[in-house]
Design a protein around this ligand. Structure first.
Ligand code: ADP
Length: 209
């Protein structure tokens, strides 16, 4: 099964995609995590893309598509849950050339919930698991429940950068919704309850796909 999880920054894409990975047994591929890995490893590519990611703007389509291609190549027969890509119509066209997609889950979340959520988000340095200081706290403060790794706050989770990411989403990414709607692949999920249990949203997604 080849699934794309689509939605604005902070819509819970990463959280749901990693839970779906366990439920469906297909790998979760996150271009945001691939970008952070390149930056952490201080590769030449990492140095080029750092300026985009830390300011909340998009990495150019050709660069991000190369990064994705490398990762997705080994999963083309098994399937995947792709999260964070495509983010522009150009990327959606590229993805069509790489592989077919079975379904695109579109998460609809109001801006207010997004800003509240992102400003309290924490992520594990080692395994990438996501927590929230208010709603999804780790058992031990500052430590990942799953692997014991150190939790950190992303540099792009500051109010001005969050606003920029939302602006970029409206401008560059929202047209992707129409791209997939016209191909009859889009399934909408409304998530407007700030206290919704991630498990319920995942169940809702599983019913739709
Ligand atoms: P978000 O929480 O904003 O959805 P991600 O973790 O998916 O963030 O991505 C972090 C950053 O990595 C983005 O702001 C962008 O700079 C870069 N990035 C990730 N995926 C893409 C993509 N498909 N196209 C362009 N840039 C990307």
């Amino acid at each position: 099964m080849k699934i794309v999880i689509f939605g604005p920054p902070g819509s819970g894409k990463g959280t749901y995609a990693s839970r779906l990975e366990k439920r469906l047994g297909v790998p979760h591929i996150s271009t945001g995590d691939l970008v952070r890995e390149e930056i952490r490893n201080r590769t030449p590519l990492g140095r080029t893309i750092e300026k985009y990611s830390s300011s909340g703007t998009l990495v150019p389509d050709e660069i991000i598509t190369e990064i994705l291609k490398k990762r997705v190549a080994s999963e083309l027969s098994r399937g995947f849950i792709l999260e964070g890509y495509p983010r522009t119509v150009g990327q959606a066209e590229q993805l069509e050339k790489i592989t077919r997609v079975d379904v695109v889950v579109n998460l609809n979340v109001p801006d207010k919930i997004i800003v509240d959520r992102l400003s309290a988000r924490l992520q594990c340095k080692s395994c990438g698991a996501i927590y929230n200081e208010r709603t999804m706290k780790p058992k031990v403060s500052g430590k990942c429940d799953k692997c014991g790794g150190e939790l950190f706050r992303r540099v792009d989770d500051q109010p001005e950068v969050i606003r920029e990411r939302l602006r970029v989403y409206r401008e560059a990414s929202e047209p992707v919704v129409d791209f997939y709607r016209s191909r009859n692949l889009l399934r909408d999920v409304v998530n407007d309850d700030p206290n919704a249990d991630p498990g319920q949203i995942v169940d809702q997604i599983l019913k739709l796909i």
